[in-house]
Design a protein around this ligand. Sequence first.
Ligand code: NDP
Length: 338
Amino acid sequence: MVKQRKYVVKKHFQGVPKRDDFEIVETELPPIKNGEILIKTEWISVDPYQRAYNSRYPVPYDQFGYQVSSVLESKDPRYPEGSRVVCHQGWCDHSVVNTSEGKSGDADSSAVYKLPDLKGLSNSLGIGAIGMPGATAYFGFLELCQPKAGETVVVTGAAGAVGSIVGQIAKMKGCTVIGFAGSDDKVEWLEKELGLDKAFNYKTIDVLKALKEAAPKGVDCYFDNVGGEISSQIISQMNLFGRVAVCGSISAYNEDLQNTPKASIIQPSVVSKQLKIEGFIVGRWLSRWPEAFADLIKWAKSGQLKTREHVTEGFDKIYDAFVGMLAGENSGKAVVKV
Ligand code: NDP
């Protein structure tokens, strides 16, 4: 018998999630049946949607999330013992996975797939730059923003898992890239290491003034990770036929749903500049994720794409990693080594 430790959410979050909103529960896992695998978690992902989707589920529920795991026992020849998988089993240290269950790519999906051949890169990238967040940056930006060389791109949440990849892809496509992030250290990383043309600490500057100076000819593409007033300000600076990919609105995830912050009206800019604004969920392109992974691996191996991670060690520290990520402690992808 293998024991499983897992995080159960026992209370709906109010504001910043609290430690005692979670409980670590120990259970015994059943023997595996045909079409199942027993896996041991190696890397666990902490992500903003784990905060955003909390109110969707009745409590108690098992905390969902992506992980990279090794196969301990297999009754599915596609996933031999000792191989690695990426799956959505949540914050647990062992689990039994039915490999034939749906692969919707939604946050609550039971997706399981083989960890791509990372050609010597860290397996942890399977939940980061070469996992769901990497696919989000790749398809959200390239498909919805349709960037062209010479255009000006703005990305918020620029130093995070998704944003840091968007900014680098935009540079590879020959764009001028402006990023907004929440600390001076992040700004320095974005400009000096990732090669963004300009980055700003949105907490300490006048966003509109900074943007007018950095993008005197206006903004063609905006990859929106944060929502709220900063997004309204950026949208007000967009050019004719500009494109906005709405990826998330983390500025409001810890806010009371009944009382979310108000932001300036964007419709005058949307109409007069004939903007295209599109929201998306990365699962839309699930069948094409391998396409993104192939490019992302190639770029990471060649050094064109830098893949910083913010690693927290220990199963008991997942809560800390989660609230730390929400508070902006991470540059690049926040992961937990179990
Ligand atoms: P990040 O790695 O960017 O981590 C979250 C970051 O959010 C923090 O580091 C912090 O950076 C920033 N943040 C926290 N509070 C605020 C705030 N009030 N205003 C502005 N920024 C804030 O996370 P991800 O890259 O995983 O996710 C980025 C966005 O993409 C999220 O909105 C997420 O929900 C979304 N997403 C959407 C997907 C989709 O399919 N649509 C899939 C995956 C992610 P800082 O120091 O800069 O404040």
